[in-house]
Design a protein around this ligand. Structure first.
Ligand SMILES: [Mg+2]
Length: 260
């Protein structure tokens, strides 16, 4: 039976599996065939971006001697609130407030670089699923809120993580610049996607984006990937399936029965 939806994404749980997720992934794979397009977001969708954040916080710890930043681990990164993340890591509210301006400045300077994005990991099961769909003949469009300056690092990250890329039938669409708003860009970019072929599948972790895709392509299967997302108040429309990752029940070893 379907679980009640939380008010917002609960954070990454890449090893989570459920019957509902199995059904959604099977339905997605069933859409893959020659002549159609699958559209995949990157950050918080195909990629787990938490290692990038932890990396840059440790860069700052090393540069400035802010050793408390070493306390931040994957499980503290639940949303885009860096101050809350520091407090969840056990840093006192006063110290977190004192560290926050420098941490935010470092984050802004480093997070949106292709080089730093190479620290991201693929969500387990994602490369295998995208490859299986690509082998079934579906074209693959990576539609990301990253901007063109990040292209070289993003292309390298896709290949390193094991996604199909750099061959006919794959495209990477990026924002022209960092200032362009993500959802507005994705709305514009859909025209370019449609030139490749009819989009039948969308995966994204931003509620406003999945709602946009569902509105523009009501016949497509749109999946909401529950990881983290922006503080915007949007919620995925009712009827849009949620997944927490790309693993099916049969693929998760019993030894990995962690939190779900
Ligand atoms: Mg995303």
């Amino acid at each position: 039976m379907r679980q009640p939806r939380p008010a917002a994404s609960r954070g990454y749980a890449p090893l989570s599996v459920s019957d509902e997720q199995d059904r959604a992934l099977d339905a997605a794979f069933a859409r893959a065939r020659p002549g159609v397009v699958g559209v995949f977001d990157l950050d918080g969708c195909l990629f787990d971006s938490r290692p990038r954040i932890i990396h840059l916080l440790r860069e700052l710890a090393g540069r400035e001697g802010f050793l408390e930043l070493y306390a931040v681990r994957d499980e503290h990164l639940l949303d885009w609130d860096l101050g809350a993340t520091l407090r969840r890591a056990g840093i006192s509210p006063a110290r977190a407030a004192a560290l926050l301006p420098e941490a935010q400045a470092w984050f802004s300077r480093r997070f949106f670089t292709g080089e730093c994005a190479l620290h991201d990991h693929a969500l387990p099961g994602a490369p295998q699923l995208v490859w299986a769909m690509f082998r079934a003949g579906m074209s693959v469009v990576y539609l990301t809120g990253r901007h063109e300056e990040m292209r070289a690092g993003t292309e390298a990250a896709l290949l390193r993580a094991g996604f199909p890329f750099g061959r006919p039938g794959t495209r990477l669409l990026m924002k022209p610049d960092m200032q362009t708003e993500d959802t507005a860009f994705k709305g514009e970019a859909l025209r370019e996607v449609e030139l490749v072929g009819p989009p039948v599948l969308f995966f994204d972790n931003e509620p406003a984006n999945v709602n946009l895709f569902a509105e523009r392509h009501p016949d497509a299967l749109v999946l909401f990937v529950e990881t983290d997302h922006s503080p915007r108040p949007d919620r995925p429309r009712p009827g849009i399936p949620w997944i927490r990752g790309f693993l099916r029940s049969t693929e998760r070893p019993e030894a990995l029965a962690l939190r779900v």
